[in-house]
Ligand binder design. Structure first.
Ligand code: ADP
Length: 285
């Protein structure tokens, strides 16, 4: 039998309790084992929601979600997903070293129950080495630079030996050199561990290099293919709410607005001579 997809969403619709609009509408996507998928979309487009559903943090949805053939909750319990949340600042107040923070990831649900296992210590050291954090792993996390801290949190996410690494807006607040280092780090992690990687971001640059496929999400899925297919038209369609204050209102055909996967739609400027942005960087916030 074929191996199940790493992550599979089938016609998933979700609204937060009390919300008047859906955060996700009829989203279907498939991430193969070992694939690197970038989920790109504007703020409020539903990227974090998609992650929360895959992680089993929110589960009152319509449709079906499978993670290596399991429900998201089962997958979380089995430690299949290592997660790098968007903001970890709260944890910086804890008097933990980088290695101790990584050990937390290695121990997972066992943390605090009995002595730290030898196996966890080895996993934590391996993860620290893989991300190149040996020289600062003994320092308090609160004293680390943004780039160092990101390495520690990636080590922590990997220390439990997950099959999927999920990252939420990993390049926010990281300068251009840091972004290049981050891309090289992910490349290394992928090459050495063969994990499936899921990155959600509003930053085209965070996924243009190093993702096998891109899914563009603005409540519905607008595109799900290789990054080479990401045209200015697709980006303008997905980011239209972000760019319309700058470029005037873009008219998107009704069938495109319905947001079918693989349907890129057509964009017109309403005859006003205004054009959607030409380059990917132009639409990045
Ligand atoms: P993104 O990660 O792409 O910025 P989100 O998934 O955070 O988007 O949000 C998608 C939509 O769901 C937005 O309209 C947002 O306001 C709404 N939303 C997000 N979290 C909550 C919540 N906890 N309660 C109610 N609405 C929420």
């Amino acid at each position: 039998m074929n191996e199940p997809a790493a992550i599979e969403f089938e016609n998933v619709t979700f609204a937060y309790t009390g919300a008047r609009t859906q955060a996700l509408s009829s989203v279907s996507l498939r991430v193969e084992a070992g694939e690197r998928l970038g989920v790109l979309g504007p703020n409020g487009g539903g990227k974090s929601t998609l992650l929360k559903l895959a992680l089993g943090i929110e589960d009152d949805f319509a449709g079906q979600i499978r993670v290596f053939g399991k429900s998201p909750r089962q997958a979380r319990r089995a430690g299949l997903i290592g997660y790098l949340p968007q903001r970890c600042e709260a944890e910086l107040d804890f008097p933990l070293t980088g290695l101790q923070a990584t050990l937390l990831g290695a121990e997972g649900r066992r943390f605090g129950f009995g002595p730290t296992r030898r196996e966890s210590i080895k996993c934590a050291h391996d993860a620290i080495k893989l991300v190149g954090a040996e020289t600062f792993a003994d320092q308090q996390v609160g004293k680390l630079s943004g780039g160092q801290l990101q390495r520690i949190f990636i080590a922590r996410a990997l220390a439990g030996s997950p099959r999927i690494l999920a990252l939420d807006e990993p390049t926010v607040g990281i300068d251009i050199v840091g972004q290049q280092e981050f891309a090289m780090l992910l490349e290394r992690v992928h090459r050495e561990l063969g994990v499936t990687i899921l990155i959600v971001t509003h930053d085209v640059r965070a996924i243009a290099a190093g993702c096998d496929r891109v899914a563009c999400l603005a409540c519905t899925l607008h595109f799900h293919d290789s990054p080479q297919g990401l045209t200015p038209q697709v980006l303008a369609e997905v980011f239209q709410h972000d760019v319309s204050p700058m470029f005037g209102e873009l008219h998107v055909d009704a069938h495109a607005a319905a947001g079918c996967a693989h349907d890129h739609g057509h964009i017109h400027d309403g005859g006003r001579g205004e054009h959607p942005p030409r380059r990917a960087e132009d639409v990045d916030g």
